[in-house]
Every structure is written in C-alpha cells, then in structure tokens.
Write a protein that binds this ligand. Structure first.
Ligand code: SF4
Length: 106
C-alpha cells in the first residue's frame, strides 16, 4: 500500500475533496468531527490517509476516520457536559499500535 505524505494530495484523492468539508475535519465540535468521520467511512484512500497521519504524527483533524486531538488519536470525542444516557461507555481513545495494525492489514 502506498502512503500519501502530501496533505493536498490526500484531500484531492479522498471523499472529502477539500473545499467546503474542510472545516468539519478541523472543527472543535464533536458533532462536526463525527460528520467528518462518516465521510472518511466512504473514502477509497482511508487507510493511506490514516497511515500518513500516523507517520506525520498529526496533531489535529480527522484523518482516515480517526480524530487526532492534541497529538493523540481518538475514535470519537465526547461533546461538552455530561454524557447523554444513550452515549456509549466504550473507550474513545485509539491505540497507535492497533491503528498501525489496522493499516498494515488493509
Ligand atoms: S480518509 Fe477522510 S480525511 Fe482522508 S482523504 Fe478520505 S475523506 Fe479525506
């Protein structure tokens, strides 16, 4: 699998395509980030994008369906305030080693 290093080429080749979606991917709102992750889910360069983000140790943004927040990967971010009743109790932090395993097995 080829890793994409250039950010512009990632967006150009992906489902996000740059443009108006770009702000969703770097928003501070958890609902925007979740929306961005949905777009990644239908992207044909998702694993290459994730690999690139892991290699570059991205600080911020949604890359390959994973949220990078202050340098750490997350599967999801909670909104502010108390969790809703129907909110999952699953861990929200992602493990870098597991993400690399996912990329390599793709
Ligand atoms: S995986 Fe997500 S961020 Fe990466 S190119 Fe595809 S849509 Fe864009």
């Amino acid at each position: 699998m080829q890793t994409i290093h250039n950010i512009k080429s990632i967006y150009a080749g992906g489902a996000c395509g740059g443009g108006e979606n770009h702000l969703l991917f770097f928003s501070e709102r958890s609902s925007d980030l979740a929306e961005a992750q949905k777009i990644c889910g239908s992207c044909n360069v998702q694993m290459a994008c994730l690999a690139g983000a892991l290699e570059r140790r991205e600080d911020w943004g949604v890359w390959g369906g994973v949220i990078f927040w202050d340098g750490e990967p997350f599967y999801r971010r909670r909104g502010r305030g108390r969790p809703r009743k129907n909110e999952s109790s699953l861990p929200i932090e992602a493990n870098r080693a597991e993400l690399w395993q996912l990329v390599r097995s793709a």
